[in-house]
Design a protein around this ligand. Structure first.
Ligand code: NAD
Ligand code: UPG
Length: 429
C-alpha cells in the first residue's frame, strides 16, 4: 500500500520505518528540513532501538521524506502523527493538528481518487470528526463518505521500545467512519494482526480516541496508587515492593507497572492525564480521582528531597543526582521527575552534581548551574549525599566509597549493597 505519514517525530518516524519494513511504500511529510534530510540520508532522527537499521535498509527504496504535502497525492492513506501538546491551562492544544489538517486538505484538493485520513495523534473524543474532518472537507472540497474517509488509530508504543511495541502490540485499535476505511487498515496491518497475541479492536471513532486516554490514565493511576501504598508502607516500616509483588500475583491486578518511587513523567502521561481532566471538566464532570492521581505524583520528588534532608543539612551541601531522563533507555527529559528533584535541592541551598548516561546535553541548557559529571562514580566523588532519580541498569551495584558522606535516598530501587553505605533509604520501601 502507498502510505503518507504527516509528522516525523517519535511516532511518525517509527510508524514510517516499521510500515516500510512490512513492505509498504512510505513517505514522511515533515516541516523540519533537518529531519527530512536525515531520513533521506538513511539515518534515524531519533534514538530508538531497531530504528536506525530499518531506516538504513528502506531509505531510498520504499521510504523517503519530504517537506512537500503534494506527496500525499501519490498515496492511498495518510496518518497524522502530529504533536498534541498541552495549553498553559493543561487542556489539549489542537493548533498544530489544525495547521497540519489544513495543509493536508489543500494537497488533497488536487487528488482525483478517494483518500483515507487516519488520526494517530492522541486526541480527545470528537477531535477527529468535529475538528480534523471539517478542516479537511473545507480545504479539499471532498466530503467524508464521498471521496474522503476518516479513521482514528491510537498508538500505544513506549519510548525506548517503540519499534517492537509497534510491530508486536497487544492490540490494534481502529475507529472508522466506514467499512472501507476499516478494511484498508486491516490490510495495512495484516502482518501485525496475523501474529498471536495481537487483538484487533474495531470501534467508532469516539471510542478509539477515548481508549488511548483511558489506557494512559489507567497506567498513570496504577503508578500513583502503588506510590501511595508505598508511602503508607514506609510509615509502617514495611517494604512496598514485597507487598506489591504479592498483590500482583492476583491476575486481576497484574505484576506489571508496580514499581513505586519517584513517580511518572515523560511526554505522554502528564499531558494526557491533564488533557483528560480538562476535557472532563469541560463536559461538566469533576474528575476527582484523576486530580488525586496527579497530586500523589507531584508530591513524590519533594518527599525524596525531604527524606534526604533528614540525614544531610542541604544548605551548602554537595548532592549527587543519579539519572536525568524520565525513564531508562531514552534521553527524553520531558516532565522528568529528576528535574523537580534538582529544583527542590537548589531551593534548599544544595550544590547539585548530576550524571546521566545519555540525557545530560538535554538538561544542561535548562540548568546551567548544575555540575555535570562524566560518570556516576565521578558524580559521587566528595558528595555529602545522593539521590537516585532514574533506574538506569548501570546504577546497579555502584561503588559509593568516593562520597564524603555515604548517604543515599533511592527513588527507583536500584540494586545497592547497603553494607557500603552509612544511610540507605528507599522512598517507598
Ligand atoms: N512519543 C510517544 O511515545 C507517543 C506514543 C503514543 C502516542 N503519542 C502521540 O503521538 C503524537 C505525536 O507524538 P510524537 O512524540 O511523535 O511528537 P514529536 O513532537 O516527537 O513529533 C512531531 C513531529 O511533527 C512535526 N510537525 C509539526 N508540525 C508539522 C506540520 N504542520 N506538518 C508536518 N510536520 C509537522 C514536528 O516537526 C515533529 O518532528 C502526539 O499526539 C502524542 O501524544 C506519542
Ligand atoms: O512501574 C512503573 C512503570 C512506569 N513508571 C514511570 O512511568 C513513566 C512512563 O513510563 P512508560 O509507560 O514506560 O513510558 P512512556 O514511553 O511514557 O509510555 C507511555 O506513554 C505512551 C505515550 O502515550 C504510551 O503510548 C505508552 O503505552 C505508555 O506506557 C516513567 O516516568 C516511568 O519511570 C513508574 O514509575 N513505575
Amino acid at each position: 500500500m502507498h502510505v503518507s505519514i504527516v509528522g516525523s517525530g517519535y511516532v511518525g518516524t517509527t510508524v514510517a520505518a516499521c510500515l516500510a519494513d512490512l513492505g509498504h511504500e512510505v513517505v514522511n511529510i515533515e516541516i523540519d528540513q533537518e529531519i527530512v534530510d536525515t531520513i533521506n540520508a538513511g539515518e534515524a532522527p531519533i534514538h530508538e532501538s531497531g530504528l536506525a537499521e530499518r531506516i538504513a535498509e528502506h531509505a531510498g527504496t520504499n521510504l523517503r521524506a519530504t517537506t512537500d504535502y503534494a506527496a500525499v497525492r501519490d498515496t492511498d492513506v495518510t496518518f497524522l502523527c502530529l504533536p498534541t501538546p498541552q495549553a498553559d491551562d493543561g487542556s489539549l492544544d489542537l493548533a498544530i493538528m489544525r495547521a497540519g489538517s489544513e495543509s493536508l486538505g489543500r494537497a488533497l484538493a488536487a487528488k482525483a481518487d478517494d483518500h483515507l485520513v487516519v488520526v494517530k495523534s492522541t486526541v480527545l473524543p470528537g477531535t477527529t470528526e468535529d475538528v480534523v474532518g471539517p478542516i479537511l472537507e473545507d480545504e479539499s472540497g471532498k466530503h467524508v463518505g464521498d471521496g474522503l474517509e476518516l479513521a482514528m488509530n491510537p498508538e500505544f508504543l513506549r519510548m525506548g521500545t517503540a519499534v517492537m511495541d509497534f510491530l508486536e502490540p497487544d492490540k490494534v485499535v481502529v475507529g472508522a467512519t466506514s467499512e472501507d476505511a476499516a478494511t484498508t487498515l486491516r490490510e495495512l496491518y495484516a502482518p501485525i494482526l496475523s501474529r498471536e497475541g495481537t487483538d484487533l479492536v474495531e470501534t467508532d471513532i469516539r471510542e478509539a480516541e477515548l481508549i488511548k486516554y483511558a489506557n494512559n490514565a489507567f497506567l498513570a493511576s496504577k503508578v500513583s496508587l502503588v506510590n501511595e501504598l508505598g508511602n503508607i508502607a514506609t510509615e509502617y516500616g514495611a517494604d512496598a515492593y514485597e507487598v506489591l509483588a504479592a498483590v500482583g500475583l492476583d491476575d486481576r491486578i497484574s505484576e506489571r507497572f508496580m514499581r513505586s518511587g519517584l513517580g511518572w513523567g515523560g511526554s505522554c502521561f502528564p499531558k494526557d492525564v491533564d488533557a483528560l481532566r480538562a476535557g472532563a471538566r469541560e463536559q461538566g464532570y469533576d474528575p476527582a480521582l484523576l486530580d488525586a492521581v496527579v497530586a500523589v505524583n507531584d508530591a513524590q520528588p519533594r518527599r525524596l528531597v525531604d527524606s534526604l534532608a533528614t540525614h544531610v543539612d542541604l544548605e551548602g551541601a554537595r548532592i549527587t543526582v543519579l539519572g536525568l531522563s524520565f525513564k531508562p533507555g531514552t534521553d527524553d527529559i520531558r516532565k522528568s521527575r529528576a528535574l523537580d528533584v534538582i529544583e527542590y535541592l537548589q531551593d534548599r541551598g544544595a550544590t547539585v552534581v548530576a550524571y546521566d548516561p545519555v540525557a545530560v546535553e538535554n538538561v544542561r541548557p535548562m540548568y546551567p548551574d548544575v555540575e555535570y559529571a562524566d560518570s556516576a562514580v565521578d558524580a559521587l566523588a566528595d558528595a555529602d549525599g545522593a539521590v537516585v532519580a532514574t533506574d538506569w541498569p548501570e546504577f546497579d551495584d555502584l561503588a559509593f566509597d568516593g562520597m564524603a558522606q555515604r548517604v543515599v535516598v533511592d527513588g527507583r530501587r536500584i540494586d545497592v549493597d547497603e553494607a557500603d553505605l552509612d544511610v540507605y533509604e528507599g522512598l517507598t520501601w
